[in-house]
Design a protein around this ligand. Sequence first.
Ligand SMILES: C[S@@+](CC[C@H](N)C(=O)[O-])C[C@H]1O[C@@H](n2cnc3c(N)ncnc32)[C@H](O)[C@@H]1O
Length: 275
Amino acid sequence: MTTSDTTTTEYVFDSPSVQGRQQLNHLQTLLDPITTGVLDDIGVWPGNRCLDLGSGGGSIARWLADRVGPTGQVVAVDLDTEQIDVPSRVQVHGHDIRDGLPVDGPFDLIHARLVLMHLPNREGILRDLVDALAPGGWLVLGETPDRPQEVLAAPTAADAELADRVLRTGLRVVSAAGVALDWAYAVEQRMAAAGLVSIRGNEYSPMVTGSDAGALLMGTYVAQVKPLLLDAGLTEDELFRYHALMRDPRFRAWPFLRLVTTAGRKRAGDAEQTR
Ligand SMILES: C[S@@+](CC[C@H](N)C(=O)[O-])C[C@H]1O[C@@H](n2cnc3c(N)ncnc32)[C@H](O)[C@@H]1O
């Protein structure tokens, strides 16, 4: 299966770096309870065949492997397989999903969290993923949108202003680098247009406090795009202060980061369309 787009926008973050690996750990700590809640809601069963795209640290592939048991199958795909920590019964593929899927469907569940928003041909990939679903199978996509955020508390007013400016600049530079911050809320429409039914979604937006997983996650993002932030006018001193703030429990912000999860189901036949 292939997609037709040939654009070569690179993934803006650096998973093999120390900061990239920390990013994947914080993502899992912060977001796995939300994602597994959605997966629990739609149901993952023994014997199911599942695909996890852009698996990162592999925590969702691991969770799926537990659910599908020895009679099921989980396929985990990522550009960088070094970080994917999964049992040997999970099939791991090092692969660029801009080139299509490395394995054929059908799958009972396809999941991708914070992946399609990075890919230039996300619309074509979504359609390919729908094609790869088994009748009755679910597509679950987690993405993050651009939305105003508010600093609630910081040691000084200058710190609050800095945190706000770093986040706004960060969103601007990653957006310019090809990350689609307007995609998260568009997924529902694209799923409907691709014929999925029983579409549902939720948005998770935790308050973050300096030194918690959310604040440390923001620090890892900022560290990975540091050259872009310096080019955009922030200074080394400002970034140094930002990292100190992300470790300082006197810093609080809300909303600050978000996960929008949307799920849709491939039509299975009249009897099964009531969920
Ligand atoms: C933000 S991380 C999310 C990781 C994981 N899904 C999570 O939420 O914990 C994005 C992941 O997608 C992978 N990725 C980015 N572009 C990719 C591509 N073109 N093909 C395959 N994987 C890709 C990255 O290597 C990284 O592991």
